[in-house]
Design a protein around this ligand. Structure first.
Ligand SMILES: NC(=O)c1ccc[n+]([C@@H]2O[C@H](COP(=O)([O-])OP(=O)(O)OC[C@H]3O[C@@H](n4cnc5c(N)ncnc54)[C@H](OP(=O)(O)O)[C@@H]3O)[C@@H](O)[C@H]2O)c1
Length: 333
């Protein structure tokens, strides 16, 4: 009996947040395996802001084509195999797409990573702190070259990447200030994660609070947001500061009118560097080992927001842009 595969396909390119129908649910039979293929059942999907970018235009990866299964990272378990490298029960992470089943073929070595079973470590960790977000925070903070006693500001600080980047800043002995969109998020990053201060940018007077929380100015900006928040941070940068441009989420669902504050880069001789975590693929194992050790010894804490059901993935994507998640956002398939 052939299995049915529910899939979310890109039907139209969203304008702003995803509208109902931009991603459409369809069902197709899973093809019979041929030699060299393995069938994996997707258990968890990583919901990432870059998915909105992939829906819009060619960037560091080609845009998802209309009609194609929406590109997404996921965690999957091998259900059946005629592939020499995979056996039933093996677990992988990689570009599964927003669907229930994915067929791995000879190209899988490049796009999927086998995941070991480690006692007391949940599957979803491999999509968050030991996955793309941990790796991104790790390499972004390496670019930042934080020094003991410096002030680091992280935007989207209660998100999957920002929460880890800030904790890495603490490991390096920085004063760490997070910017986030609710009091609950601010309490989490200060009380549980050990940030020195947190600013709720949705409350009036937040720029004054940012100034009060960074009395010695800002040496490192771990930039996840862009727009007004980035401008406020740039205005407080110290001479020879570093701006690590990890992402600019405020511009993913609308046009960003200006980047005038970027003149600061010249006046203050700032080092600004953008990066894509994929640039560091050859060092993922080294980073994951370090992140794993920090997690094991309690130096890194993580949190997840889990949404149930493949059909809820479009709503989950929108949650990233309305701030509905704390920590890593995952869809349980
Ligand atoms: N360079 C790379 O390779 C790479 C890899 C992964 C992620 N990233 C980037 O890292 C950033 C965070 O990604 P993530 O996966 O960790 O997501 P996340 O931080 O877990 O979720 C996104 C968060 O961004 C905040 N946000 C959304 N729109 C905003 C706005 N207009 N102004 C201020 N804050 C806003 C929301 O929190 P609030 O409630 O605080 O608003 C939301 O929870 C994104 O810019 C993403 O593109 C880059």
């Amino acid at each position: 009996m052939s299995l049915a595969n529910r899939q979310l396909r890109l039907h139209s390119r969203p304008k702003g947040l995803l509208a109902p129908g931009d991603l459409q649910l369809s069902e197709s039979p899973v093809a019979e395996l041929t030699d060299g293929q393995a069938l994996a059942r997707v258990k968890f999907l990583s919901i990432d802001p870059t998915m909105r970018v992939w829906m819009a235009a060619d960037t560091y990866l080609p845009a998802v084509a209309i009609g194609e299964v929406m590109r997404a990272l996921g965690f999957a378990e091998i259900a059946e195999s005629r592939h020499p490298d995979y056996k039933k029960g093996d677990r992988v992470t990689g570009l599964t797409g927003l669907q229930e089943y994915v067929i791995l073929d000879e190209s899988a070595k490049r796009s999927f990573q086998k995941i070991p079973r480690i006692p007391f470590v949940s599957d979803t960790v491999f999509l968050g702190v030991l996955g793309v977000n941990g790796l991104t925070a790790f390499f972004g903070m390496e670019i930042a070259q934080p020094k003991k006693g410096e002030t680091l500001v992280v935007s989207a600080a209660a998100g999957a990447t920002g929460s880890i980047a800030g904790q890495i800043g603490k490991i390096h002995g920085c004063r760490v200030v997070g910017i986030a969109g609710s009091d609950e998020k601010c309490v989490w990053i200060t009380k549980d994660l050990g940030f020195d201060a947190a600013i709720n940018y949705k409350l009036s007077g937040w720029k004054d609070k940012l100034a009060a929380a960074t009395p010695d100015g800002i040496d490192v900006d771990f930039e996840n947001v862009g727009g007004e928040i980035m401008h406020a941070v740039l205005d407080r940068m110290n001479l020879h500061g570093r701006v690590v441009v990890c992402g600019l989420i405020s511009g993913y669902t609308r046009e960003d009118p200006g980047l005038e504050s970027f003149a600061t880069v010249v006046v203050k001789r700032l080092r600004v560097q953008g990066f894509i975590v994929l640039d560091y693929a050859s060092r993922f194992m080294e980073a994951a080992t370090q992140l794993g050790q920090w997690k094991m010894f309690g130096k890194l804490k993580d949190r997840e927001t889990i949404v149930e059901g493949l059909e809820k993935a479009p709503d989950a994507i929108n949650m990233l842009f309305t701030g509905g998640n704390i920590g890593k956002l995952i869809v349980k398939v």
